[in-house]
Design a protein around this ligand. Structure first.
Ligand code: AMP
Length: 193
């Protein structure tokens, strides 16, 4: 794996554990020689993660839409900052640049980005691993909801299985290293199981 895209909060959250997790993930990326692709801001967990990778001379590519450059405060110390025209271009370029995707704790933007890339996997548009780092139980409610959605037969078990959920960056990246995407039915069936 050359680069991993990380979605995470433009805020730091309530607990220090969230920021600590960003540092742990940064260390693991460095150890494995994997570059970081992210949203290009220097605020919140996004900024902490980028700074932690940069501090160890890792590669960081930020992708930010023009209208967020001032609002989110773009990070100008990155290996490369790509300024794009829209949110859609941002997500598409981030997806192209990365070999896998990880969500750390974050807010609505993080959730939207994670679920978009997961639905692209569900549709067979890519076969790259998608992971959720459930730090300090932050995503417990979301994980329970996904299991509920499977129970209620709105989400296929195979699609649910494409979200790899771990608590430690090291474990998640080990799983990424050996990941084989399940074969995806090209027919988006009404009743496929
Ligand atoms: P948040 O998790 O809400 O703090 O946001 C994390 C990142 O997601 C930030 O870079 C936001 O610009 C971005 N973001 C916010 N809303 C959206 C959206 N609707 N689609 C994609 N990204 C978003």
């Amino acid at each position: 794996m050359k680069r991993i895209c990380v979605y995470c909060g433009s805020r730091s959250g309530k607990r220090p554990e969230y920021t600590q997790a960003a540092h742990l993930l940064a260390n693991e990326l460095i150890l494995r020689g994997i570059g970081l692709v992210y949203g290009g801001a220097h605020v919140g967990i996004m900024g902490q993660l980028a700074d932690a990778v940069l501090a160890k001379n890792g590669e960081v590519i930020g992708v930010i839409p023009e209208d967020l450059v001032t609002k989110e405060v773009a990070h100008y110390g990155l290996t490369e900052l790509k300024i794009v025209g829209s949110m859609h271009e941002r997500k598409s370029l981030m997806a192209d640049l990365a070999d896998g995707f990880i969500a750390l704790p974050g807010g609505l933007g993080t959730l939207e980005e994670l679920f978009e890339i997961l639905t692209w996997a569900q549709l067979g548009l890519h076969r790259k691993p998608c992971g959720l780092l459930n730090i300090d139980g932050y995503y417990d409610g979301l994980v329970a909801f996904l299991d509920h959605a499977v129970d209620e037969q709105f989400v296929k078990p195979v699609d649910r299985s494409m979200l790899l959920i771990e608590q430690q960056p090291q474990r998640l990246l080990n799983i990424f290293a050996n990941y084989q995407a399940p074969s995806v039915e090209q027919w988006i069936g009404i009743d496929a199981t």
